[in-house]
Design a protein around this ligand. Structure first.
Ligand code: ASP
Length: 328
């Protein structure tokens, strides 16, 4: 066996989904134990040396700080262990971009870290999990996969989690990559990178938080008023991400209430409810005058993760928060 040892961290999700009747829609995410999943993979006869550690067996809609802390600790130990060449995290697709981005922000890029999921339960007809898992092994085994940040392998594509976005509720081809395209194409037999590692030998960008501050996403809607902003501040939100219309817009009274929040020391980031595109400063909203931050390429879910990490690291000044959002 020539391949590097890979640590597989299991969290559940549809890739470990079970209990479907093969042609029905219903199933339980995380129904299969990680060792069963890894056993299925071993039966494919891949040249892979896998060790597994189950962190959780849940649908990723239920993932939170405890699992993130456990994943971060397990990754940190594996990065320091010379016997481990790469890390795979099996994960539900609903929040893969959030878990992946949190780890991307708080871990060095010295070894490949790959999230993998599936859109069809393991016992459903046409299940995609084993294909994605085999692809993830191919990526995590490749020394050229390090220095690219945390990645997501789905649908024969390798995406940087910073760019990855779930864009379909049930299609197998569920993820899009914006603003950069995929990093590579992968099959169990081939791996073609589209460029050199762009983050070679980078240290962790931020310390992993001791706890995560309450940061809410407020989705803008036509005709809404400022009361939801007041309600969020009333429950003690330490930051707010606006999933705005278009270029991160919202009705004037909402923008005014958000500016008041910013003036009171609660950082406010304007993202967009639109599928794709940058949110830039001072386009239709006067960010400079109002003390607001433009999310640039990050959609609301990842904007919230970055804002939580920033606040936890003591970064709340609008200029410093903006610099972090501008940073790639
Ligand atoms: N709800 C599931 C999860 O995120 C969906 C999936 O895995 O595709 O765990």
């Amino acid at each position: 066996m020539n391949s590097p040892r890979i640590l597989v961290l299991g969290t559940g999700g549809t890739i470990a989904g079970a209990g479907s009747n093969a042609t029905g829609a219903a199933y339980r995410p995380g129904g299969l134990a990680l060792e069963v999943l890894v056993g299925h993979l071993a039966a494919l006869g891949l040249d892979a040396d896998l060790v597994s550690q189950e962190i959780a067996r849940i649908g990723s809609q239920d993932i939170g700080f405890a699992e993130w802390q456990a994943l971060h600790a397990a990754c940190t130990a594996a990065l320091a262990d010379p016997a481990i060449g790469g890390i795979i995290i099996t994960h539900g697709t609903d929040t893969a971009e959030e878990t992946g981005f949190l780890l991307d922000l708080t871990l060095p890029t010295t070894k490949p870290i790959v999230l993998v999921g599936a859109m069809r339960a393991a016992d459903a007809v046409g299940a995609d999990g084993m294909r994605n898992f085999a692809n993830a092994v191919k990526v995590a085994s490749d020394p050229a996969a390090s220095g690219r940040g945390v990645m997501l392998v789905m649908g024969d594509a390798v995406l940087a989690v910073r760019d990855a976005r779930k864009a379909a509720t049930s299609a197998i081809d569920a993820f899009r990559s914006f603003p950069r395209g995929p990093l590579a194409r992968v099959t169990p037999a081939s791996l073609d990178w589209f460029g050199p590692p762009h983050r070679a030998c980078e240290g962790a960008r931020y310390a992993f938080p001791q706890e995560l501050p309450r940061v809410a996403i407020l989705t803008a809607g036509a005709g809404m008023d400022e009361q939801p902003v007041k309600a969020l501040l009333g429950i003690g939100c330490k930051g707010v991400v606006l999933a705005g219309m278009g270029q991160g817009n919202a009705p004037a009274s909402v923008i005014a209430a958000l500016a008041d929040a910013a003036a009171s020391g609660v950082p406010v980031v304007r993202s967009t409810r639109v599928d794709e595109g940058l949110v830039d400063r001072n386009v239709e909203v006067e960010d400079d005058a109002l003390g607001l931050v433009a999310a640039r390429a990050l959609g609301p879910a990842k904007a919230r993760v970055l804002l939580m990490v920033l606040i936890a690291n003591g970064v709340t000044d609008a200029g410093a928060v903006q610099t972090a959002f501008d940073g790639g």
